[in-house]
Design a protein around this ligand. Structure first.
Ligand code: TRP
Ligand code: SF4
Length: 341
């Protein structure tokens, strides 16, 4: 056994996995929604996080875009607190040989009819009838390969991915029935993502609303202040001497305070707002301050982390992931009667 094989065996924390979609910039909603949960979990679990670049190929992203997104995503997640000493962070395609091999084996135990009835597949096929590719119907099988390749017991997913996880469980069961107990049945751990409201007051923060409606983790203090200054607040408070409605429903700015500002300061703000002793301009300045407390350290860490360092860290992740993946592939081949000639 190599040193990496031994290291992979020595970690006694329970195994956990999650896939991250490669996207460009992150906003504070993503930070609370996805990233922070993964950062906390790397302490208690032997966590593997990967950037799902092969999955993203179903929609044919431009090669240069994809390359850029993968590195940008890794850099953002590292700046946000993923630590290569505590977790294994890798790019899916850097373990492609093992993942795609397992995907082929798993595809043999998964009935096509069931895959074609998966709601996410049906919905995508309906929306893009000109791009119903073989990979799209196999998307959940590829996901099962990601998970089972590491015999992960726990999978962090959003609600929208539960159906896919159920398929991974079914595949594990069917494989085990045919070839003996090889895979544990993975359990979901739902990321109860906080829903950070949009600056526009309409729904949750999202990039599709335009740059003025979200705080990017790249925004510097001035940009944060500028955007918050224009954020929608209490529509019923038109004049400075009117009392406001400082609740999540009554004022969007106050709603944002509930995520970013400490309780004591928030209570002060609410009291003063009800008594018309604080104006919205000042209240927003306070919000910008508490948001910058989150965004600034992130921005600085991200700036200090070069692309080259990011790639180095991804290579460490790749080597760790590959070492344990090869062990599972050998076991799977043995179980199925494929010989290592
Ligand atoms: N499909 C997931 C998503 O869109 C990403 C993903 C791919 C994933 N493979 C996975 C998540 C394996 C958990 C486990 O969010
Ligand atoms: Fe909302 Fe703050 Fe204005 Fe009160 S002072 S209405 S909480 S923005």
């Amino acid at each position: 056994m190599t040193r990496l094989h031994e290291e992979a065996k020595r970690d006694h924390r329970p195994g956990l996995i999650s896939g991250i979609r490669p996207t460009g910039e992150l906003h504070v909603g993503n930070y609370y929604g996805a990233l922070k949960g993964l950062v906390d979990l790397q302490e208690r679990y032997d966590a593997r996080y990967f950037i799902a670049d092969i999955h993203s190929l179903t929609t044919h992203p431009k090669p240069d875009d994809l390359r850029g997104y993968v590195i940008a995503t890794a850099r953002n997640y590292l700046a946000g607190g993923l630590d290569p000493e505590r977790c294994t962070l890798y790019v899916q395609s850097s373990v492609a040989a093992e993942i795609c091999e397992l995907h082929t084996y798993l595809s043999m135990v998964m009935p096509l009819g069931e895959l074609m009835r998966v709601p996410t597949f049906k919905e995508k096929a309906k929306r893009h009838p000109d791009n119903v590719n073989y990979g799209l119907v196999g998307y959940p099988v590829l996901m099962a390969a990601d998970i089972l390749l590491f015999k992960a017991q726990t999978v962090v997913v959003g609600e929208d991915q539960l159906v896919h996880l159920e398929i991974a469980r079914t595949i594990a069961r069917r494989f085990n029935q045919l070839y003996g107990e090889v895979f544990p049945e993975p359990q979901p751990l739902i990321d109860n993502a906080a829903r950070i409201p949009s600056l526009s007051g309409a729904g949750k923060m999202s990039k599709s609303d335009g740059a003025a409606a979200y705080i990017s983790l790249k925004d510097d203090e001035r940009a944060v202040e500028e955007k918050i200054r224009k954020a929608v607040s209490d529509p019923l408070r038109v004049y400075r001497d009117q009392p406001g409605h400082p609740t999540a429903e009554g004022c969007n700015v106050y709603h944002l305070h509930t995520f970013f500002t400490g309780e004591a300061e928030r209570r002060d703000i609410a009291d003063q707002c009800r008594g018309a002793r604080i104006g919205c301009v000042e209240c927003k300045r306070k919000l910008a301050g508490s948001m910058s407390d989150i965004v600034e350290p992130f921005r600085r860490r991200r700036e200090r982390l070069s692309e080259a360092d990011t790639v180095d860290m991804l290579r460490i992740g790749r080597d760790k992931a590959k070492a344990s993946a090869q062990q599972v592939i050998a076991e799977v081949r043995r179980a199925m009667g494929l010989q290592m000639l």
